[in-house]
Design a protein around this ligand. Structure first.
Ligand SMILES: [Zn+2]
Length: 338
């Protein structure tokens, strides 16, 4: 049974989105309104052959689900890594097997339907732009603060892909030439100061310097076990040293946002990641430092800085929207957004 859509004619109003992460592969059947009709997840295999087999299995399962009756427009894939305009993944820091892998070509051959591949943060940004925190806007930036820092940049309604597909690697611009070593091998990239991991590192340094007793207590007294979550716990309790760590980290996040806002002039910046679950604990000082440093702060409208809205499903929803939009406007394939 072929469930692929015909190349011409009215596109099915559903697609499969796949999010290939370092720890899990999440796949979902998604409609044009972004509703997740069915989903499956498995732990990420460690090489491309294993990942490809898993993706083919998950997509096959979702395409034969009752909710997929009528067929799907195609398969959208978001993957952590550098994805070019032909859907070739050149490099992925978390998956050693991802080196110049023609992901789109191999999946189209295996699945017999249109496939679009893009960076995971780009498809998440597309989802937030169409259906989430930046809905209805034409200029927005979506930042994910996790193990690293990912980002997607919406320019005039489209996700910025650059000349080769590698645009918006926002975690990897240098803001401190004397800063820590980045996972990419360079020094002082924003990611080394603004990621969730960087918050944990800042907290461990604070504790090692004899401050942050409430943070240490939240970690059960083990300095090596301190993470960002312990900072949040102690800060929620009002501990001034924990609040100082929050403020320093918020500054480190904000100065990167300032640089991006000065360049791209977004209407809104949405932040995804665990720390936005802490209400305004981090967002309030991020906004304050941001307004303190953006160019011409007193003489311009500043972008709102808000939590992202779609959570861990932003990737699968955005990947599905990418292939639906590409199908609706074939001249845009294989680009995204379109
Ligand atoms: Zn870097």
């Amino acid at each position: 049974m072929s469930t692929a859509a015909p190349a011409t004619g009215r596109a099915p109003a559903r697609a499969v989105g796949v999010d290939i992460g370092g720890t899990k592969v999440l796949a979902a059947l998604v409609d044009t309104a972004g509703a997740v009709l069915a989903e499956e997840r498995v732990a990420s295999p460690h090489d491309w052959d294993g990942i490809r087999d898993v993706v083919v299995d998950l997509v096959g399962s979702l395409r034969t689900a009752p909710e997929a009756a009528g067929g799907v427009a195609g398969v959208g894939v978001g993957a952590a890594g550098m994805v070019d305009l032909d859907g070739v993944i050149h490099y992925a820091p978390n998956v050693p097997g991802f080196r110049k892998v023609p992901v789109r070509a191999e999946l189209e051959a295996a699945l017999g339907c249109p496939v679009v591949v893009d960076n995971d943060a780009n498809v998440a940004a597309l989802a937030e732009a169409r259906l989430g925190a930046a809905r209805g806007l034409r200029h927005a930036i979506v930042i994910t603060l996790g193990t690293g820092v990912g980002g997607g940049i919406l320019v005039d309604g489209r996700v910025l892909r650059g000349g080769h597909g590698f645009a918006a690697e926002v975690g990897h611009f240098q803001i401190d030439p004397d800063g820590p070593l980045c996972a990419c091998g360079e020094i002082g990239h924003w990611e080394t100061l603004a990621s969730g991991s960087a918050l944990g590192e800042l907290a461990r340094r604070t504790v090692a310097a004899g401050r942050g007793r409430a943070i240490l207590a939240a970690a059960g007294g083990d300095p090596g076990a301190v993470t960002g979550e312990h900072v949040s716990a102690a800060a929620h309790g009002g501990d001034p040293e924990a609040l100082a760590v929050v403020d320093r980290y918020a500054y480190q996040v904000a100065i990167g946002l300032v640089g991006l806002a000065n360049i791209f002039d977004p209407e809104l910046i949405a932040i995804a990641g665990g720390l936005v679950n802490d209400g305004d604990l981090y967002l309030r000082p991020i906004r304050a430092h941001f307004l303190g440093h953006i160019e011409g702060a007193a003489y311009r409208p500043a972008p709102a800085i808000v939590p992202a809205a779609l959570g861990e499903r932003a990737g699968v929803i955005g990947a599905a929207l990418a292939v639906i939009e590409a199908h609706a406007r074939p001249e845009n394939r294989p680009g995204v957004g379109g």
